[in-house]
Design a binder for this molecule. Structure first.
Ligand SMILES: C[S@@+](CC[C@H](N)C(=O)[O-])C[C@H]1O[C@@H](n2cnc3c(N)ncnc32)[C@H](O)[C@@H]1O
Length: 321
């Protein structure tokens, strides 16, 4: 669909651009047309949200109007707004995204909330914790935790070298690059030493399901960030099989899981010799779906305070036994 009728070629104000763009996106069935229109206009025009609200009669320069038309064409083609903007907000911070990285999801913020809850409840927030993020992508998990935990250091691994380059750029943007290192390789293979907390949001979509994902996911997130093998659990098997050597005694691993995977992933961790705390081993996301599972090396228990905070915030934890 051409945009020449919806967006006039000349004297396009922010107000006029919004009316035309939102109408086109709405007509195409885009779920959040007004929000998307505003984000794309601010991006194309190079204005902040505040300026956008304060100056509705501000006229877009011809090149900004042309860029807005291209942005709307891409959105109408199904491309997520975050990919058009080249960045995504995660836990209140902006992360660069590109075609080599998964677009960070709000679901993954559950992992952050659980990790920070664990650290806070043990009084470890100021400690020099060592963190490991397997399959770091944009670095959103590791870098968020480094930004929140002032004395922590961390390593992010990924088998995608271009993804690691973007994670490094994100580390510099967030000012935590002096506490982050990135290593290319297969899960734990490039890592030495032991860690207090290991985290991962591995690929967990069964190979046969990838073709059925919405276009916004299947066509834009990299295959290697989605493909979890025949049953979706390949990465969990690999990580569970090798993680004990990388955990210090009492250290914990927190894994994001897909729908219906929590019990099977907990079984993999248990079979690998890790301890599962019956009171705090699974947390639900805001939609009520099991989203994060935990296990630990050795006898120390995840603290009961975490269970209480989860009941207030993310939903009850429970364990399959
Ligand atoms: C679901 S994405 C998660 C990215 C990021 N941690 C996040 O939560 O947005 C999974 C990541 O694992 C990486 N990955 C896939 N297979 C891997 C492997 N064998 N070893 C290391 N990383 C791998 C992918 O390149 C991708 O960046």
């Amino acid at each position: 669909m051409g945009l020449s009728h919806a967006l006039p070629q000349t004297a396009l104000t922010l107000r006029g651009a919004f009316a035309g763009a939102a109408a086109m996106l709405r007509q195409a069935g885009v779920p959040t047309p007004e929000l998307d229109a505003r984000l794309l206009i601010c991006h194309a025009a190079g204005v902040s949200h505040e300026s956008y609200v304060a100056r509705p009669d501000w006229e877009l320069a011809p090149d900004a109007a042309a860029q807005l038309r291209r942005c709307i064409e891409r959105r109408l083609d199904g491309e997520p707004v975050s990919r058009i903007l080249g960045q995504r907000e995660f836990w209140g911070r902006a992360f660069l995204v590109d075609r080599h990285t998964l677009d960070p999801r709000p679901d993954t913020e559950t992992l952050i909330e659980v990790a920070l809850g664990l650290v806070a409840s043990q009084g470890l927030r100021e400690q020099p914790l060592r963190l490991l993020d397997l399959g770091t992508g944009t670095g959103c998990i590791l870098l968020t935790l480094l930004a929140e935990l002032p004395n922590a250091t961390g390593v992010g691994t990924d088998r995608s070298v271009p993804a690691l380059a973007l994670a490094s750029a994100n580390a510099r943007r967030l000012g935590v690059d002096d506490r982050a290192a990135f290593l290319a390789g297969d899960w734990l293979e490039p890592v030495s030493g032991s860690f207090d907390l290991i985290l991962a949001n591995p690929p967990y979509v069964a190979t046969g399901e990838i073709g059925r994902l919405p276009r916004e996911v299947g066509a834009y997130d990299p295959w290697g960030a989605l493909d979890g093998g025949t049953d979706g659990l390949d990465a969990y098997r690999r990580i569970a099989g090798g993680v004990r050597r990388a955990l210090r005694p009492g250290g914990a691993i927190l894994l994001e899981v897909g729908a219906e995977q929590a019990d099977r992933v907990l079984s993999l961790l248990r079979e690998a010799g890790l301890a599962i705390d019956g009171k705090a081993c699974m947390w639900r996301d805001l939609g009520g779906r099991p989203r994060v599972v935990a296990a630990r090396e050795g006898a120390a228990c995840l603290p009961a305070q975490m269970v209480a905070s989860q009941k207030k915030g993310l939903g009850k934890s429970r364990c399959s036994g």
